[in-house]
Write a protein that binds this ligand. Structure first.
Ligand code: RIB
Ligand code: CA
Length: 312
């Protein structure tokens, strides 16, 4: 069983990642969900984490992290995720305990106490992770890898060169990518290939509670992908969890990746050194391909597992 911590900014696709991790809690032991300002301000993304965890009747510990990036003000993503950060469904009643208001210390304590190494799944801006690695460098030896949704070796989405999670806190991303901890990067190169098509989404509508919730979330979230010119709906963050459970569905290449933090046009760019003889040792497995049909099938089956659980 792999021990993981999910650091997130729910976020429709963060919700898909959390739900899928919950569905496979026999393979992934989620020690905590931690929140970071990103898609929306911290209070809203934390409330969204509570809504999701309450809805799927989970008991994963929830800790609140950093509200703002290390240096610059926060840049939120309401154009894709709406005013609440997870527009679409009506989450009626929800009540979910917050275990800590200091996610960085909470992550440190969990990782230090774990007998096995812990995998960090980072699916929002990397502020919490950078602070963890800088404040408690000794935990690096207890981190299996950091599997993150972020970046794109040949394109961005927030700007032509920068993907949102990296763009919001490039200084934090630079710390993480230069930390020496193994990185698996599910960037736009692969997440934009793992789209869910309208006919596949529609099949979720009249199934169980988890499938139906996903359908409601995608009614809103798929509009962003369409506005950005895509045929289907992005599920970005979900790629991290599916990679951990089904690495056979993906292909990747190891590059040295670093982060541009100054450029007028390139701030937040993930720069992969693809040269035959790079300057520095590769530090990142960049996921480059995914078997989309199998990926979607696995997601749908994961939701069906939750559907069954929520019938009880
Ligand atoms: O660029 C996609 C990323 O930005 C995802 O993590 C999504 O949730 C948003 O945070
Ligand atoms: Ca996210």
């Amino acid at each position: 069983m792999r021990k993981i911590i999910i650091d997130c900014d729910p976020g429709h696709d963060d919700a898909f990642a959390i739900m899928t991790a919950s569905a496979h809690r026999d393979k992934l032991d989620t020690l905590a969900v931690t929140t970071v300002g990103g898609n929306q301000v911290l209070d809203k993304v934390t409330a969204n984490a509570q809504k999701i965890l309450s809805y799927i009747k989970e008991d994963m510990p929830l800790a609140v992290g950093q509200a703002t990036p290390l240096i610059k003000p926060i840049h939120t993503g309401e154009d894709a995720h709406g005013e609440s950060g997870m527009d679409g469904p009506n989450f009626h009643e929800y009540n979910y305990k917050i275990s800590s208001t200091n996610a960085v210390k909470y992550m440190h304590d969990l990782i230090s106490a774990s007998e096995e190494k812990v995998t960090i799944v980072a699916i929002g801006p990397l502020t919490n992770i950078a602070l963890l690695l800088r404040t408690f460098p000794e935990v690096k030896d207890k981190i299996e890898e950091i599997c993150l949704m972020g970046g794109g070796v040949d394109r961005g989405n927030r700007t032509p060169t920068a993907e949102f999670n990296i763009y919001v806190d490039p200084e934090a991303a630079k710390i993480v990518f230069n930390s020496g901890v193994e990185i698996v990067m599910a960037g736009l190169d692969v997440t934009e290939a793992a789209m869910m098509m309208d006919d596949e989404i529609e099949l979720l509508k009249n199934k169980g509670k988890a499938s139906r919730l996903t359908w409601e979330l995608l009614q809103f979230y798929s509009k962003a992908s369409k506005r950005f010119g895509f045929e289907g709906s992005a599920l970005h963050d979900l790629c991290t969890i599916v990679y951990l459970l089904r690495p056979d569905l993906f292909k990747g290449v190891k590059y040295h990746v670093d982060i541009e933090t100054y450029g007028e046009l390139t701030r937040g760019m993930t720069v992969g050194d693809k040269r035959p003889v790079p300057d520095k040792t590769p530090n990142t497995l960049v996921l480059t391909e995914v078997q989309r049909v199998e990926f979607i099938k696995f997601f749908v089956e994961s939701l069906e597992i939750l559907d069954e659980r929520l019938k009880q």
